[in-house]
Write a protein that binds this ligand. Structure first.
Ligand SMILES: CC(C)(COP(=O)(O)OP(=O)(O)OC[C@H]1O[C@@H](n2cnc3c(N)ncnc32)[C@H](O)[C@@H]1OP(=O)(O)O)[C@@H](O)C(=O)NCCC(=O)NCCS
Length: 387
């Protein structure tokens, strides 16, 4: 059986980086090693450690989308583990480096920006461990609550380790033997023992409809099809499928197939998706802004094309669903499409996704190719407002 391409970024602070661990593994390295041993996961796991010393939640939120985006976009199943909190609560000039409200806002920003850069990416929040200072631990409890409350508000799972590490003699002794913050390897061993089960359980559970097999929603019609972010690697397939659409004579007035650089330059980076199965690209969805005016920044025009070999079995529907989810997460409030009245498949696809017909633009353009060449053709204008 083909193994699922699962990629995970661990973003956070020095605990994520494993500072103080003489084995170099930290808790992240141990969890990833446990995942590698667990054959039943049925996944091809790629893990990235993006921990930076001294980073607060605000620092991590600032860089997460830029760092996770290129690492996760090719994945069938993209995951981000966020682990922050100790640096937020370190005192500087007598005050914690960030407030609980700032931590919550940072988590929300990170969530929104990562999901806009990697549509369908799933997040898990890991709370901070205890340090060797009771006043600091008290501040950590408050911060753990802020993180878990915000995670709940975002619909993201949260795993805490503060109370367990606070009362764990091995952890506390290892932190004391270290620098008062970071434990030696025995401490990371304990932290990994606490976190491995919940993290692996989450990794093995499909959490987002946009990355789950489309067949789940299509009653099996699009068996094995997954929708993932489009990258330059997909460029040749995207252009080929565009060409197949032009060849129908009912997809677009365009008669020349654009090149990948042309498409890359005009499409919004945040909302480009491909449907793949067995390593083959079966279709794509992308959007252009309808206007350069700021007031219309949330209004986009959709293009959606399915490879000839894959039409009529739910691929378009899976792409449409994932595109609308990405658009809504990215503050797009209106998606519009122009469709030839003869394109029954496209009209059915749009109707099923909740688009309404604004009207028909009669004889609006001269067709230059295909069976309707030489005819001035109508275009049906459809739009869908975000709920
Ligand atoms: C239009 C297109 C995107 C649809 O993709 P698809 O993968 O075939 O669509 P799906 O299999 O998900 O079917 C979507 C709906 O359309 C219906 N449908 C699909 N092809 C149809 C056809 N030729 N005639 C009538 N209905 C059709 C399906 O029954 C389904 O309806 P349902 O949800 O009620 O069952 C695809 O045919 C295509 O890429 N065509 C060439 C490019 C193009 O025209 N793009 C659109 C430009 S506006």
């Amino acid at each position: 059986m083909e193994r699922r391409d699962l990629r995970v970024c661990f973003v956070g602070d020095s605990y994520v980086a494993g500072v103080g661990d003489e084995t170099g593994l930290g808790w992240v390295g141990r969890v990833v090693a446990a995942a590698g041993r667990a054959d039943e996961l049925g996944v091809e796991l790629t893990a990235y450690n993006l921990g930076i010393r001294r980073d607060t939640s605000v620092d991590v939120a600032r860089r997460a989308a830029a760092e996770c985006g290129p690492r996760l976009r090719p994945a069938q199943d993209a995951r981000v583990v966020v682990a922050v909190g100790v640096n937020d609560t370190v005192l500087e000039d007598g005050r914690p480096r960030t407030t609980p409200a700032e931590t919550r806002a940072a988590l929300r920003r990170l969530h929104d920006e990562v999901r806009s850069a990697v549509p369908g990416a799933a997040l898990l929040v890991v709370g901070p461990p205890a340090v060797d200072d009771d006043a600091h631990v008290a501040r950590l409890h408050e911060r753990e609550r802020a993180l878990s409350d915000e995670a709940a508000a975002l619909g993201v799972p949260f795993v805490g380790c503060l109370t367990t590490t606070e009362h764990d003699e091995v952890w506390r002794a290892a932190v004391r033997a270290g620098d008062g913050f970071h434990p030696r390897s025995a401490g990371y061993e304990r932290l990994a023992a606490i976190l491995t089960d919940p993290v692996l359980t989450w990794l093995t559970t499909p959490t987002d409809p946009a990355v789950a097999p489309a067949s789940a929603a299509r009653g099996g019609r699009a068996e094995g099809v997954r929708v993932v972010g489009m990258t330059g690697e997909h460029g040749d397939d995207v252009v080929r499928i565009y060409g197949e659409g032009i060849a129908t004579g009912d997809a677009t007035f365009e008669s020349r197939t654009p090149t990948w650089p042309e498409l890359d330059a005009k499409w919004l980076p945040a909302h480009r998706l491909v449907a793949v199965a067995d390593g083959r690209v079966l279709g794509w969805a992308a959007a252009t802004p309808t206007s350069t005016r700021a007031v219309y920044r949330g209004v986009v025009e959709l293009s959606l094309y399915v490879a000839q070999e894959a039409r009529g079995r739910g691929v378009g529907t899976a792409l449409m669903r994932a595109f609308l989810e990405s658009a809504e997460a990215g503050e797009v409030w209106t998606v519009q499409s122009g469709v030839f009245p003869e394109n029954a498949g496209s009209l059915a696809l749009h109707a099923a996704a909740g688009f309404r017909v604004i009207g028909s633009r009669e004889r609006v353009g001269l067709m230059t190719h295909g069976p309707h060449a030489g005819r001035w053709r109508d275009v049906v204008l459809l739009e869908r407002r975000a709920p």
